[in-house]
Design a protein around this ligand. Sequence first.
Ligand SMILES: Cc1cc2nc3c(=O)[nH]c(=O)nc-3n(C[C@H](O)[C@H](O)[C@H](O)COP(=O)(O)OP(=O)(O)OC[C@H]3O[C@@H](n4cnc5c(N)ncnc54)[C@H](O)[C@@H]3O)c2cc1C
Length: 530
Amino acid sequence: MNPVSESWEAWERCLGKSSIIVEKAALANYEANASGISHTVAGVLRPRDTAEVQEVVRIAAAHRQTLHPISRGHNWGYGSRLPCERTGAVLLDLSRMGRIRNADAVSTSSPVAEIEPGVTQGQMADWIRDRELPLFLNVTGAGRATSLLGNSLERGVGYFGLRTSDLTDLEVVLGTGELLRTGPGALAPQAKSQFHYPYALGPSLDGLFYQSNLGVVTAAGFRLRHRRPCHATLLIRLRDTSAFAAYIDALGDLGRQGLVECVLHVGSPSRIRATLSPLVYRTLLTQGRSPGAALRTEVESLVAREFRETWTAVGPLFGTAKQVAAAHEAIHARMQALADVELLRDDAAAGASDPLTKAMLDPLVDLCHGNPTDGALDSPLWSVGLDPLKNPAEIDQTSAGIRFCSAALPLDGEIVAWAIAKEESVLKPFGFEANITLNLIDEKSALLITNFAFDKTQPTQASRAQHAVEAVFSAWETEKVYPYRLGVGEAGCFKPTPTFCRSLADLKQSFDPHNVFSGNKYAFSDRSHA
Ligand SMILES: Cc1cc2nc3c(=O)[nH]c(=O)nc-3n(C[C@H](O)[C@H](O)[C@H](O)COP(=O)(O)OP(=O)(O)OC[C@H]3O[C@@H](n4cnc5c(N)ncnc54)[C@H](O)[C@@H]3O)c2cc1C
């Protein structure tokens, strides 16, 4: 019997037929992706617990099959659920593993939830609310259905920090099927300091499993944050575009002076238009207006008028009422020469009398309060002229395409302005509009996150999108600017030094000797690349 059918038989014995997907139509659903990339998968395995994952991996190792793990698979703009391999890889869909394992132990003095890969942002926020815990989570703008674990492992960015700072105590299935625990659990199961103190003894192995193909993470501690008496939403709008570099430097100062403890999200005018317009459009539809081009035009001019289309920084401000008021005053003083500062206190959006203003502000206020929202998910559809979806998380199934180019930069206004100008000049000949968000993640670094939308059902557009991303990366590499994260289409675009690659290859040999885990977007750890 050939090894491929032997492995499927073994997986079926292990998981049962209902946990395996091989029918073409069902696989097409998994292959659909917002990036306009055509890869096929050999099948999908849907284990329910860690023991099943271990067995699945052992079978893959024995039969030399390649697995690509996904938590929820909503990696929109970076390849969605696709593996790097063009064909032949098997998806390890972990979405059924959706438990918060230590539910009874989570409290203000132990604010770390042990989550499995299927736990979503929405699930976690609802769980906290239902238990009336005075805690909240570091949310991303990627919608309620996205995972905490997959996003964190990709080094995703939330409104309160890089998600890497939220994960601890990883439970990892290695390519041999063995189970590794990092953090104090490496010393003994249920060590007293587990989920409190992040380390065991000696070197920390956690970092090896981020953007990595060395193992499958089947659970981890996810840090929750303490609510403060006062939570508010900051909006800082640049007045004059020619002062952009000074504006970024001044925003950087807010972190450097300890006035904000968050990731300021600085949106470009086009990003703001693409995000807010569909929110207003949805509201007008519920008021009985007819969909179509006329309404779209009306909405875009309304957003431009009401929200002032200009670079706008959004971020949470929280503390005691006195701390928030003092920080607001100091922020106003630092920014007033360059920008208008507005502070929306607690339920400002809920209190807004105009439903259109409320539609625009609600998602921003939600994010700044740690409540995940689907508010941003209509933007790729809006950019290609599509109406919003009933379920915004079904982007993959539409004709809307979206690709991200995401670079890590120093938080320096001149450098950021230069990088944006460079990127826009590369994208322009391709005919794509750059929707930019600058994430000021701490007092010294900024992530330049650019997306552009296209109609992925048009083959010429999909291939132009691919060439555009490659052109941006190539222009950046010439200048020694590097991405913070890659999509499936960009697999292997960048290569670190030979010593770095060799060290990773050695680790790969040790953690995954049979090359079970997918080729990886960050392909430099594969032995063939070393
Ligand atoms: C409008 C819009 C807004 C967005 N906003 C944000 C944002 O604010 N911040 C942000 O970070 N992203 C954002 N994204 C990008 C993306 O949608 C999110 O990062 C999303 O959370 C990723 O999907 P997921 O959580 O389901 O992860 P998955 O798709 O499940 O995982 C991502 C990758 O991580 C690896 N992986 C997943 N699970 C495991 C595991 N258990 N073990 C080992 N490796 C694993 C795999 O390589 C996988 O491909 C946005 C996208 C759009 C379209």
